[in-house]
Design a protein around this ligand. Structure first.
Ligand SMILES: C[S@@+](CC[C@H](N)C(=O)[O-])C[C@H]1O[C@@H](n2cnc3c(N)ncnc32)[C@H](O)[C@@H]1O
Length: 264
């Protein structure tokens, strides 16, 4: 299977192409392959999912082969990342997998189940639950969070750390005003610069929270050519390095003192 040109360099050949993911999404959504007027969102979503899975593949060289890989697709929406992991990436890598999608919106979770059935993807389950209190499996091998919005990203990280997830791939979106306070830092709070500053600070806090919990975090671009404005991926692996964790915890305290709104 060819690697899509948007994939990160070094991704294994088994990572699915955006075209393969788009075919899967069409099958799941019940759209004929060559239907006229096929919506553009399918190609955009397929490119994002293919890029995310190529990053996931980069972390899976030492994945266990004697049992199914446990994968959580958190804030999964219609579940395309989880579906593509189960139907395309895992078989391409010669891995078995069990995917659990977690989605707060009951209708969307039901639709994800229907789409999995329509596409004929086994070994995936979708539950309607809030990540803040969702049933996370113990020590999942991979947690995927594609465009987990606002507080969902923080809930995903907290749940992943509590469950001792081995790998976490998080692309945040919707960095809300008020979630970090820029006034004490001297950074501009308004306009585009304020938006960018909030994004950087929020992603830095999230990366440090993971590092402080014993993960090695690589902040990388999801796609080298942007198919989405939300393009920063935190690609993290549990390593348990204590010295790195202690340094990250100290840096996190400094950033929290500077950027968390008073009272948080
Ligand atoms: C921007 S969509 C992304 C969906 C999917 N990951 C994708 O890339 O297509 C974010 C999804 O997260 C869900 N969500 C938001 N907050 C959540 C929470 N606290 N727990 C579970 N799901 C949540 C929303 O209902 C929405 O379906």
């Amino acid at each position: 299977m060819a690697v899509h040109p948007l994939s990160p360099s070094g991704a294994p050949q088994a990572a699915p192409t955006a075209e393969a993911v788009a075919s899967l999404i069409r099958a799941a959504a019940g759209i004929q392959p060559r239907a006229p007027g096929t919506p553009g969102w399918i190609d955009r979503k397929a490119a994002q999912v293919a890029a995310l899975l190529a990053h996931a593949a980069l972390t899976l060289g030492d994945a266990p082969r004697g049992r199914p890989l446990v994968v959580v697709d958190a804030a999964c929406g219609h579940g395309y990342a989880g579906l593509a992991f189960a139907a395309l990436l895992a078989p391409g890598l010669g891995l078995r997998t069990r995917v659990l999608g977690i989605e707060r919106d009951t209708d969307r979770a039901a639709e994800a189940r229907a789409r999995a059935r329509r596409a004929g993807v086994p070994d995936v389950e979708f539950v309607a639950a809030d990540l803040a209190c969702a049933p996370f499996p113990d020590e999942p091998d991979v947690v995927l969070g594609l465009h987990a919005c606002g507080p969902a990203a923080d809930a995903l990280l907290a749940a992943s750390v509590a469950a001792r997830a081995r790998r976490v791939l998080l692309v945040s979106c919707c960095h809300r005003k008020g979630a970090v306070a820029l006034d004490r830092s001297g950074l501009p709070g308004g306009g585009l610069l304020g938006d960018r500053a909030r994004q950087v600070v929020t992603d830095a806090l999230r990366a440090l929270r993971l590092e402080a919990a014993g993960y090695r975090v690589e902040p990388v671009e999801l796609m080298p050519v942007h198919g989405t404005a939300r393009n920063l991926l935190l690609r993290a692996r549990a390593t348990g390095g204590e010295r790195r964790a202690a340094a990250a915890a100290a840096q996190l305290r400094r950033l929290e003192a500077l950027f968390l709104p008073p009272g948080d």
